[in-house]
Design a protein around this ligand. Sequence first.
Ligand SMILES: [Zn+2]
Ligand SMILES: [Zn+2]
Length: 413
Amino acid sequence: MLNRLNWAQLGEALAIRPATSTSEGIDLRVADAFDLARLADTLQIDRHDLENSFCTANRSDALLDAASPSLRFCQICASAGFHATLFQFTAFRCCPIHGCPLRDTCTACGQPLPYRLQTGFVRRPYACHCCGLCLLAAMSLRRLHAKTGIDVAGLDRLRAWHHYFFRYAQLLSPGRRDRRDAAGQYLPSDEIQSHSSIPRRLAFIGELQQVLSLPPLMPRVYPVADATLRGTGGPRASAFRSSRCAWAARWPHVDRICIMLDAAYRRIRRSRSRRLARSIGLVRPGVASAHHLPDRRLLLFDGTAPVLSIALLGWRLSWEQRFSIQTLMRCQAEYPPFGLLEWLAFMPAHLPPPRARDREDWLLRHFVHALDETWRAWRAIASGMQEGGYYVVSPLIFPTRLLWMDFAGGTAP
Ligand SMILES: [Zn+2]
Ligand SMILES: [Zn+2]
């Protein structure tokens, strides 16, 4: 029915806010052009589900840079009239349902299809605005259903990747979109996008998707039970809300405390490695069962490696992969801090007690707890992957800021 409305009626039916300029069409990545309560009512879907079907809530969110302004589609899904929000994110290169590559241009004329609601689409919905090619398949519903194979298992895979991606994006807290250049001039949207580091920081999720059918676990981590808390929110709640992080403003910050914690880490690593080496064979990146994918920043191991051995490697990568001054200098602009420095950077500023001696004890206690929690998390991640037949290891799978930052809605494994 909506496809038969004219432009003004369509705007009314889709609850487009009256103040929205529609001369260039409406960017479908962003929710803020729509009155969501009214639209949810019209479409008879939950308001929360509706919000999740947009790439971002508003156009000043830097996550917008991770989504393409052109339609990205799976040809099989599109033939059945199905499109997923996830397809718009450039990190993903394949459809999680069908495994086939996502396309970003018309298959007939090669032109990009704008991911916008505009007058041209009122005349020819679901078709290329240049050549008129219709993305929908012309066949009976029964044949269409059999041919497209959009089944429950496929939709579950899609949902799992969707949640993983948005959780990770929340973890990165991309912040506001940087709309001006160094001289303070406003930039056009495509230039903002090409300057943004957000797509590169999220790209590894698409790399994971090419080797795993389901995303890795993001296990829940717990704070120190008897933490000396100040304030009312507790450390994790306030850590997420507060942008005031202890070291974040001026990292790399390799000081005496950092060196003390690094020494504690090395001690614990040595004893853990020795204990494991007595009972199982340890894997190293150079062994025969490992495949290094340098262009993907991932390590692949076949499923014969012991779970604990993979967990140890993952745990080590989480804490030390980027803990070198040289790497930090090179990747500072693109990446936030990693490992120990990352853990310190995301520590809420107001938490450690003010006296210096107490402060070191406090930090050490929390740090040892964090090492244990990461170890527990990596054991869960590795055994989850073993079921799939092989392991993927990367420091990005379990960034240490996870220990300080909580997610809205929980992260039960
Ligand atoms: Zn598909
Ligand atoms: Zn075309």
